[in-house]
Design a protein around this ligand. Structure first.
Ligand SMILES: Cc1cc2nc3c(=O)[nH]c(=O)nc-3n(C[C@H](O)[C@H](O)[C@H](O)COP(=O)(O)O)c2cc1C
Length: 190
């Protein structure tokens, strides 16, 4: 289902969504995973500070299990079927000791690019902040200078019917957004 837009936008932007029905037997190739990480790596950031640091797990390996353990119960239910889980962490201080004031913003840009590249490759991505940062830090022995920011499940989309209850409802729900009139407070083109 395409997003309703006043003028056409890029196909990936119009069709991307955050599904929860992942094919539990699909795997992700290293080539795709590298492409997805390269897309994140080449994101812009304040002063080119690149505060993002990634922990990447493929289903079946230890890093995947460690990231999965940190997810909330609701997210674990469906994210366990992803082909990969990526935990994005960030350096909050620069090498000169000054603060990376915009680290959350920078990581958001990197993840935005990662998500677009993922969908461009015919895969799906679903971001989550529903995870326990302390558990993630312990499980993955994350160095103290890094702060967990977001987890992204990546994989191959499956049919909605693989889900049930509220998960199925959300999977097939119409995507909603505020109107441009509500979010452009001055200068909306007519
Ligand atoms: C920062 C962030 C955190 C999110 N956390 C979760 C989460 O913990 N669990 C979940 O099921 N979805 C999560 N989502 C997915 C959003 O609910 C979803 O992007 C939003 O409803 C819009 O739907 P769409 O991506 O399909 O357009 C998160 C999305 C973002 C960007």
């Amino acid at each position: 289902m395409k997003a309703e837009t006043s003028v056409p936008v890029h196909e990936i932007i119009a069709t991307r969504r955050s599904p929860r029905s992942f094919n539990e037997s699909a795997t992700i190739g290293d080539h795709d995973l590298l492409g997805i990480l390269e897309a994140a790596r080449w994101a812009p950031s304040a002063f080119n500070g690149q505060p993002w640091r990634f922990f990447v797990g493929k289903r079946g390996d230890q890093t995947f299990s460690q990231i999965l353990t940190s997810l909330g119960e609701f997210n674990q239910k469906w994210a366990k079927n992803a082909s990969a889980l990526i935990l994005v962490t960030a350096k909050t201080t620069k090498s000169d000791g000054s603060i990376h004031a915009d680290y959350q913003f920078d990581c958001g840009l990197a993840v935005g690019q990662l998500v677009v590249e993922t969908h461009h490759r015919g895969l799906i991505a679903h971001q989550m902040t529903g995870f326990d940062k302390t558990i993630a830090q312990k499980e993955l022995s994350i160095p103290a200078e890094l702060v967990p920011v977001v987890v992204i499940a990546i994989g191959t989309q499956d049919v909605p019917e693989k889900l049930s209850g509220p998960l199925l409802e959300r999977e097939t729900a119409k995507r909603e957004r505020l109107s441009l009139e509500e979010i452009v407070l001055k200068g909306l083109p007519s």
